[in-house]
Design a protein around this ligand. Structure first.
Ligand SMILES: [Zn+2]
Length: 276
């Protein structure tokens, strides 16, 4: 399973030229005359990391594509989901200790190395991903565009962007099966997009928490969509509370149903329950 570190104390932008590693003020980061952000990269405030599984959230690439292409927007994404990790430079390559496994070495490299993502990689990646997502609906109808899409995805996943590893799997006849493992968060996001197009996945945005989540066929369009039972019941509780407050303000059940987009019978039930 692909795991990724997020700096527990967040990240900051630092000038590429600055040997003192001073934190840059968000407002001081400027675009160049070609309209590109440049001249700085992300680094972690402290070398303390928490780990999570980005591929357990199959809509994460959509959240990434929605990230505002500003130093603040990109920093906020990093603080929540980690650095992109496709461009890291070691402090001093000679100081990397020897490890028994590639896994352990990779873990070490991702957390101990300095000089994370250059800002232009963020800008380029978000812009490119947005462009493909915008074309998504047309890809299936146009085989040449679909071919160029997967050509691009393949080039993004070339070289050492992904590895194949064999892991224990009780359901496999031989006890092991293979698994694809991205070596950076950025590779994982491109992999997710390729997978989403290849499998014709559908996504909805949770009405409660705004997270993108995959919906399974048949694609029945409900009026409200939730990523989890927790979000569904939170929304339900909030609607019920609002209904009770509106009733206290003297609104009728049918008026409340109209305001909340609920049916009148439910609203009456909530109000009556309160009165008892
Ligand atoms: Zn949700």
């Amino acid at each position: 399973m692909f795991e990724w570190p997020v700096a527990a104390d967040g990240y900051y932008w630092v000038s590429n030229a600055d040997s003192e590693e001073n934190k840059l003020d968000l407002d001081s980061i400027q675009k160049d005359r070609h309209g590109s952000w440049h001249g700085c990269h992300l680094d972690a405030n402290t070398r303390v990391f928490r780990w999570y599984h980005p591929l357990q959230d199959p809509g994460l690439f959509l959240t990434f594509a929605e990230t505002p292409v500003t130093p603040k927007g990109m920093l906020e994404f990093a603080n929540q989901y980690g650095h992109l990790g496709s461009h890291i430079a070691p402090d001093d390559p000679d100081t990397i200790p020897n490890f028994d496994s590639a896994e352990e070495k990779e873990r070490y490299v991702q957390t101990k190395m300095r000089r994370y993502d250059p800002i232009y990689i963020w800008q380029k990646s978000i812009t490119e991903m947005r462009r493909w997502i915008k074309q998504w609906d047309h890809l299936a109808k146009d085989s040449s565009r679909l071919k160029s899409f997967f050509g691009d995805i393949n080039s993004k996943l070339a070289h050492d962007a992904c590895r194949v590893i064999f892991l224990p799997n009780r359901r496999s006849h031989g006890g092991y099966s293979h698994s694809i493992k991205p070596t950076s968060l950025l590779a994982a996001l491109w992999f997710q997009l390729g997978e989403a197009v290849a499998c014709n996945k559908k996504f909805e945005k949770c009405v409660t928490c705004a997270k993108w989540f995959e919906i399974a066929p048949p694609f029945v369009r409900n009026s409200r969509q939730y990523c989890s039972e927790a979000c569904r019941s939170r929304a339900y509780r909030e609607r019920r509370e609002k209904a009770i407050n509106l009733a206290a303000d003297g609104k009728s059940a049918s008026e409340i149903a109209g305001i909340l987009g609920s049916d009148e019978a439910s609203v009456k039930g909530w109000i009556n329950l309160k009165e008892k």
